[in-house]
Ligand binder design. Structure first.
Ligand SMILES: [Fe+2]
Length: 404
């Protein structure tokens, strides 16, 4: 039997990058060129609804409010905001986005939660700081709603949040929130990108093809609401405008030369209480050092997700893997090859660590907690009994559920 010769495949007809990125693809010169070209090209004249361009960041406020009173005006403003986040600097600041009285009311609720956490002796870990250096409220959205529905409704009635979320993600977006307090003396975060690919180490991110690197930033929107006045010495977030446009950035931000470049060229805008910043999750950024002696810098970090990050059908994956485990053990004992076993695990177990409860399910030795698929693989390769796996699955399910 003769093999059929392979036909050359048709040339790709796509405008989206494909293929794979590796650390060797990252070039600081290319990165610098992308950022500098962006800064040179950006003009306030191209953003008629913005009030100012400060340090390369578009600042909105009065003009935005003036033009969002009609459905047509709202659409136009949203189109401009999306353009600013995609083709422009990648970050917008909205002055006076939240009423300060409403912010203060939420701040009181958050402070009470932090005091309770401390009183309970909980040491809340953080991706970037030593436990205890900062105050964190993970999963602050549902905790806030359950604790003080009135304050929650006043806060999330906010239309700037809805305006920008819908501009970037469309309808059906989902809000989550984490409160971050950087205390005096708190250290700066390392430059990074955000969820999804920004929550992976270099090897994990390199496991996703280039078109997914294009997709990741349109699946979420990052926001930060200032809960106190944040002059520069308190360390408001550092940003590098236009850095979201560098294609291999999810790999590059792990490299020291990119981190050093960020520290030299990033900008830092002071915020007043109630101001909000929204940015493309692919933008290089990091919280600044708090050099003040007395300001506990509180921000509500909003992560808004696209409604599209879901499967069509519900699947009870814990039940599936518990049912499959004896079969997998039998296949392994009979000498099945690793790839076929891994394929069965990939088709049955949950392969993603999120969403989770970051109070209880904190990452160990990385940015993401263990996935169910990793747990099943661990059980299989270490020869666990089925009962031990079921127990671990139950414990993992418990860790992932919300605690409110
Ligand atoms: Fe971040």
């Amino acid at each position: 039997m003769t093999a059929t010769p392979l036909r050359p495949s048709a040339p790709a007809r796509t405008t989206v990058a494909t293929g794979w990125y590796s650390p060797a693809d990252c070039s600081l010169d290319d990165f610098r060129a992308v950022v500098e070209a962006g800064l040179a090209e950006t003009s306030l004249d191209d953003y008629p609804y913005a009030d100012a361009l400060e340090q390369g960041v578009l600042v909105y406020g009065a003009r935005l409010r003036e033009h969002t009173t009609t459905p047509e005006g709202r659409r136009d403003v949203q189109a401009e905001l999306a353009r600013a986040l995609a083709d422009g600097p990648g970050i917008v600041v909205v002055k006076k986005a939240f009423d300060t009285g409403v912010v203060d009311r939420a701040t009181d609720v958050f402070r009470a939660m932090i005091e309770e956490q401390e009183a309970a002796g909980a040491v809340v870990g953080d991706h970037f700081a030593k436990p205890g250096a900062n105050d964190r409220i993970w999963g602050a959205l549902d905790k806030f709603a359950v604790r003080d529905p009135g304050a929650f409704a006043a806060y999330y009635a906010n239309d700037v949040l809805a305006l920008v979320s819908e501009a970037w993600l469309g309808r059906g977006y989902q809000v989550t929130s984490q409160v971050n307090v950087v205390n005096p003396g708190g250290q700066a975060q390392t430059a990074h990108r955000d969820y999804h690919l920004g929550f992976m180490d270099q090897d994990q991110a390199a496991g996703f093809p280039a078109q997914v690197h294009v997709l990741s930033p349109v699946l979420t929107l990052q926001g930060a609401v200032a809960h106190v006045d944040m002059p520069v010495e308190t360390g408001p977030t550092l940003y590098l405008p236009h850095s979201h446009k560098y294609p291999a950035g999810y790999i590059a931000f792990h490299q020291p030369e990119f981190t050093a470049h960020f520290l030299e060229h990033s900008v830092q805008l002071p915020l007043a209480k109630g101001d909000a910043a929204f940015f493309n999750p692919a933008l290089f950024h990091g919280a600044g050092s708090n050099a003040s002696t007395d300001v506990r810098r509180m921000a509500n970090l909003l992560q808004v997700s696209s409604g599209f990050g879901r499967a069509m059908e519900v699947v009870d994956r814990s039940a599936m893997v518990a049912a499959l485990f004896e079969t997998l053990r039998g296949l392994k004992a009979a000498g099945a090859d690793e790839r076929s076993l891994r394929n069965v695990v990939a088709a049955s177990a949950e392969g993603y660590a999120f969403p989770t409860n970051l109070d209880r399910d904190q990452p160990i030795g990385g940015l993401a907690p263990q996935t169910q698929a990793e747990l099943v693989w661990q059980a299989l390769s270490q020869g666990w009994e089925r009962a031990a796996l079921v127990e671990a699955l139950d414990a993992a399910g418990e860790r992932r559920s919300s605690a409110v």
